[in-house]
Design a binder for this molecule. Sequence first.
Ligand code: AMP
Ligand code: MG
Length: 402
Amino acid sequence: MERGVSLERALEIATQLSMQRNPEALPLDQASGRILFDDLSSNVDDPRFDNSAMDGWAVREGDCKESGTVLRIVGTSQAGSTEVPLVGKGEACSIMTGAPIPEGADAIVIVEESTAHGDSVTINGPARPGFIRRRGENLTKGERPLKSGNLMTPSAISLAATMGHDMVSVVRQPSIAVIGVGDELTPPGEPLSENSIYESNTFGISSLVKKMGGIPRRYALIRDSIDDLREALDGAAESCDAIITSGGVSMGKWDIVRQIMEEEGDVKFWRIMMRPGGPPLFGSWKGKPIFGLPGNPVSSHVVFTVLVAPWMSKSMGSDEPHGSRMANRVRVTMQEPLNGAPGKLCMRRISIRQEGDSLVASTSTHQGSGNIHSMVAHNGLSLLPPDTNCEKGDTIDALWLS
Ligand code: AMP
Ligand code: MG
């Protein structure tokens, strides 16, 4: 077991233990936001045939060298037409966007630059070969523009349909147990006894798991009892792909997640040199990866953001910059001084906004790691290296939370 590791080292250790990556076949309608399991190749050329990019006239370019040329209309090609007239010398075929180019034609005159009268048309503008969209110019049959690990964005969904796929193979969503531990916790909605508080972390962490593309399994709260915790962990290891606990990982007598993991589990690291969120542990329980997140609500969110999110992303084989669904790294100019932390990466809550050409940041609320409102009131985290402070006007690394 390693103790007091850097965030980079924590990530390195955690990524040595991943979840199983399994495929799931889904109707395209349901694949939005999922990660592609296999490369997806095109069943067709795109475009499938030469067609017009504009409404107008399919003509022979050579016929239209002079403005005012009059051509004989031979018919119409509309999108979906199966019978398209030939265009001979001195002829034009009315054509709509997406309609097949008639044999003999090699350019398009747009409708705005023509005047039709009876069975002939006067051409008042240039005939443009560039307005013909050529067969296969976007994709050729068999090409693989979507790769394993790609996120199925709305445009990727559209592309999959363009290529003829009504089903796609995506990465099955991992199911992740979320277990809250603490005698003082009461589920929201229930009456509070003296000195108890509403439990929030299992809700927040479940929501984070969902955002990263997993399926959270929120467990009933565990009292500070080793036996109850063991039972919950055993059940979770059987039925889930990974486990996240909240609370009970510090040095206290009742920090039972740390205790049980030290005695009966396999701890890979404990404590990360970061603030907030110092006490997390990572290891395995009955073969399943387990993250022991701190109980302080801000700490658990921050540790999820910088550790669990990139781990999930990597483990699911996503090629998104890891953790980018949660946050993107940016440079910001601080509008006020910021205190760092001795020996620790310091992630203070900051508000990032665009001002002119640069991103600026400031802080507003109380920064305590118990104050979850600070995560709502801000949209970023500073990344102050250990033992550094920042002055007003300094430009620093930060995470812009999405
Ligand atoms: P612990 O890590 O168990 O020592 O908890 C640290 C702090 O976080 C304490 O103030 C706890 O009351 C609080 N806390 C622990 N778990 C939760 C939770 N699930 N929801 C809200 N606060 C919690
Ligand atoms: Mg506790």
